[in-house]
Ligand binder design. Sequence first.
Ligand code: NAD
Length: 505
Amino acid sequence: MTLTVHPPGPHLHPDAAAFLDRGPRGLLIGGEWVRAASGATFATRDPATGEHLAEIARADTADVDAAVAAATEALTAPAWAEMTPAARGALLWRIADVIEEHADELAQLETLDQGKSWRTARFGEIPAAVNQFRYYSGWPTKILGETIPTSLSRTPPGKQVFAYTRREPVGVVAAIVPWNSPMLMASMKLAPALAAGCTLVLKPAEDTPLTALRLGELLGEAGLPAGVVNVVTGYGGEAGEALATHRDVAKVTFTGSTAVGKHIAAAAGADLRRVTLELGGKSPSIVMDDADIDQTIEAVSRGIFDNGGQVCVASSRIYAHRDVYERLVEGMAAFGSSLRLGHGLDPHADLGPLVSATQAERVDAFVAEGRAAGVDVVTGGRRDGPAGTFYSPTVLTGVREDMRLMREEIFGPVAAVTPFDDLDEVIGWANDTRYGLAASVFTQGLSNAHRIAGRLQSGTVWVNCHSFLGPELPKGGHKESGWGYENGAQGLENYLETKTVVAVI
Ligand code: NAD
């Protein structure tokens, strides 16, 4: 591992610098930027250096109440409720254009706040956010009800029954997102919810509020009516809790940890609030003896090391057929140790820091526990950097199936590689987890690939690739990895209710 941490200043886009220089950042409520009612703020920092980036408003219940009230008012205000589907689609396309025009600046803000390499932000996640709005811009004009022929015995003589369904926006949506890919996660919720005609209150994670705040400004520039999207920043236990349990919120769409997801579902249960949950994972990759091994090494290495492994679908458990196991371990170790770590804005850096020292400590504790239990650290396993936030890409062998390393989500660049001899046995290991978010299989055998895909208990299965995601591909977790699906037509369904109208005519 090589590590360089250059100060980001000289590389900064003037708009990103201006955004940071504008002083304390407020909450977006009803189209106005306001302070938290309590006046409280918190700091957001560059995880690579620990440097202070900006002071951010710390919302609590009073601010959440105001934001939900603004979203409730906007839901039926003519500027939004009477906008034609075609105009709503055009607006979503315009939002995509505005994000694209500001891609350099947004990518830099994401990198500074979250740590990820600028290349990942600029050429991966910001374009993926743009694609969310482009994809869903086509949907408002295609949200259809049905006419239903009835056979109702109470139809008065000489009359007919005319029955049809309307698809209506579910109402005010609370969108709560994590810190690993902030702009993309927010867009995955905003685009379909707006396509459906909902209004929202967006709460970004406390570690990474910057792009959500800048997006709030850009939505106004694109022409989104005031109050349709409100942004509240703050802590999960304060602003997040107040938002997720608010009685005027019709729907919570949450991406984050399984623990918080369960808590939100339990609270929603009391009020029967609609909930979609995109939660944690512990995704297995199965490498068969006939796999294209060079392609596989790259795919599974990127699957676990990209974004420092802070990816819900990260390929954290890799099972390789014994005939290819050693080559795979060597290849992954070589791939991991060749990655250059550095400040995300350093153009030579492949990987930035993890999001915080807390996260790096957490990852290190998993590896230390493995070391103490005799796990072999083939490469990596080291914290570094001025703020202790960098973590070297790590390959472990000899991890037993019952270890915490194998059972819990680490959310860091740590892969456990295990040999197998028997297909039934490895599918048993792959499925022996409370998670069911994603999995991959690597083989040249067409039948084997699809048979294995059918047997894996997982919301997504990739064949000869990993982490291939797009707005048109439904994505959701089986088992404790979530409730419901995002993306595609199913993603839109999250934000629609059905109303049946029955008329005697
Ligand atoms: P987290 O659950 O700690 O926080 C996520 C969000 O929830 C943050 O905005 C946080 O402030 C808020 N929050 C925390 N407590 C809350 C509460 N009591 N009520 C309401 N909101 C609350 O998760 P994280 O550490 O930010 O993110 C990492 C997790 O996200 C990992 O488990 C990862 O797998 C998961 N994730 C899942 C997907 C997916 O699509 N399945 C995608 C990305 C990340």
